[in-house]
Design a protein around this ligand. Structure first.
Ligand code: LLP
Length: 432
């Protein structure tokens, strides 16, 4: 839960706003964004990593409001598409503090990024280096470049979000020699300034040994580039991926512990290699926004089924589902849920919170003990839905994507409004 969440007489309030009140005003389902919590987490990373640049990873959740908070609080921003760049532009985010990622940026995206003057483009293929070099020459500009490398480590996380082993689409292999060659080609391109190397090993990672091994390998390459290519790169980015607690089983490290651990490794390694420490940056997304949002749903139906062995489980259907949180279906992610609108003395019973979509895998929370008398009209809240829920939301079954409602000091404000049927039908130009 975000830090301002409180429960009084069974009613959950966030940012001083009781969720039943929020739903009366804004409808359900809704994502609830705790401004104080988001900003406290962003500042905690900024302060713990005070001699780093902290790039918030916009893919976790991005909108103009959040971009503005980050700009005010002195963070930088990682975007990975023209759309995310457009949000940054609309928010007036300082472009020199924007890093542009992606393994297949289009020519149009690269042109726009160069024109806007983004501080760095993280290149991910030889094709892209060529394309970006052509764009900068054509536009008569120069662009800072980081080379995304593959450190060859197995991060302990879901296969789909691990990115540092060799057999996946991101990065230039260090072991295979492509990373060195990429640095050479960037150096040879007149419009490109080689700022450094970039490594991101994966997401929702608790075991920091993957970061350590990656940092060592990337620093070794950094030193090798200094000797072999005779260039001292000023920067290095160690990516994001810091895990958060989705359930009480998870035990994440705080930013200070992460910063101390990371800096120790880097300093030790730089000493061993006899090189100066480059300016470091990191890219946390989930660890900032994940805990600062929850989703509130209204229960529509409750159905009990018998399980093998005689136990029972109730299927609590809510007015959202895999269209607003795909993570359970996609990564088998664990979430928890709580009754948010009233007190109950009914004994807890095994429940599964499911959505309203047309498939059995439409599960929001796999297993949770909810009061046995949960019934239609109740509100159920799911914590930790700030990262990769709204940003991965879909219109499956023509669902309308829920709004993001900001809360602060007892007041609500709309950050993203609820979609309407008119929004959906606007793209359907077949019959007008
Ligand atoms: N930097 C790079 C280059 C990335 O690819 C990512 C995440 C991040 C930073 C931020 O990682 P974070 O700190 O948020 O873990 N949809 C998946 C996560 C995909 C992560 C993609 N890249 C999920 O819902 O778990």
């Amino acid at each position: 839960w975000s830090r301002t969440a409180t429960k009084t007489d069974g009613v959950l309030a966030v940012g001083g706003v009781p969720l039943p009140e929020l739903v009366r005003e804004h409808g359900s389902p809704a994502y609830v964004l705790d401004e104080a919590d988001f900003r406290a987490r962003a500042r905690a990373f900024r302060d713990a990593f005070s001699d780093y640049d902290v790039y918030y990873a916009g893919k976790a959740f991005l909108c103009t409001t959040v971009a503005r908070w980050l700009a005010e609080d002195g963070l930088s921003l990682d975007v990975c598409s023209g759309g995310e760049l457009a949000v940054a532009e609309r928010a007036g985010f300082p472009m020199e503090r924007v890093g542009f990622h992606g393994n297949n940026k289009t020519l149009g995206e690269l042109e726009r990024a160069v024109e806007l003057g983004v501080g760095r483009v993280i290149v991910d293929s030889f094709d892209e280096i060529e394309r970006l070099a052509a764009v900068t020459t054509e536009l008569g500009r120069t662009t800072g470049v980081l080379v995304r490398v593959t450190a060859g480590v197995e991060a302990h996380t879901h296969e789909y979000i691990a990115t540092a082993h060799e057999d996946q689409k991101f990065g230039f292999s260090i072991a295979g020699g492509d990373a060195l060659e990429a640095a050479r080609r960037v150096l040879a391109a007149p419009g490109l300034r080689l700022l450094g190397l970039h490594s991101h090993i994966g997401s929702q990672i608790f075991d920091t040994s993957g970061f350590e091994v990656a940092a060592r390998r990337v620093l070794a390459l950094h030193a090798r580039i200094a000797t072999e290519l005779d260039v001292v790169m000023p920067e290095m980015d160690l990516g994001g991926g810091f895990g958060i607690a989705y359930t009480t089983q998870d035990d994440p490290s705080d930013p200070e512990t992460l910063a101390t651990g990371m800096s120790e490794i880097v300093e030790h390694e730089c000493r061993a290699l006899g090189i100066d420490r480059p300016r470091l940056s990191i890219e946390p997304g989930r660890a900032i926004v994940g805990p600062s949002m929850c989703t509130v749903y209204e229960v529509g139906t409750v159905k009990e089924v018998a399980l093998d062995g005689g136990a029972r489980r109730s299927y609590v259907s809510v007015d959202g589902g895999m269209s607003d949180n795909i993570r359970t279906a996609l990564y088998d992610a664990d979430y928890s849920a709580t009754l948010a609108s009233r007190a109950s003395t009914s004994p807890a019973a095994l429940a599964r919170v499911v959505g309203k979509h047309c498939e059995a895998g439409d599960i929001v929370v796999k297993d949770e003990f909810l009061p046995g008398d949960v019934r239609p009209g109740d509100l159920v809240a799911v914590p930790g839905t700030g990262a990769y829920c709204r940003s991965m939301a879909s219109n499956y079954n023509h669902a309308l994507r829920p709004p993001v409602i900001g809360v602060r000091d007892g007041k609500t404000f709309t950050v993203l409004r609820r979609e309407t049927e008119a929004d959906l039908l606007a793209t359907d130009v077949g019959i007008s």
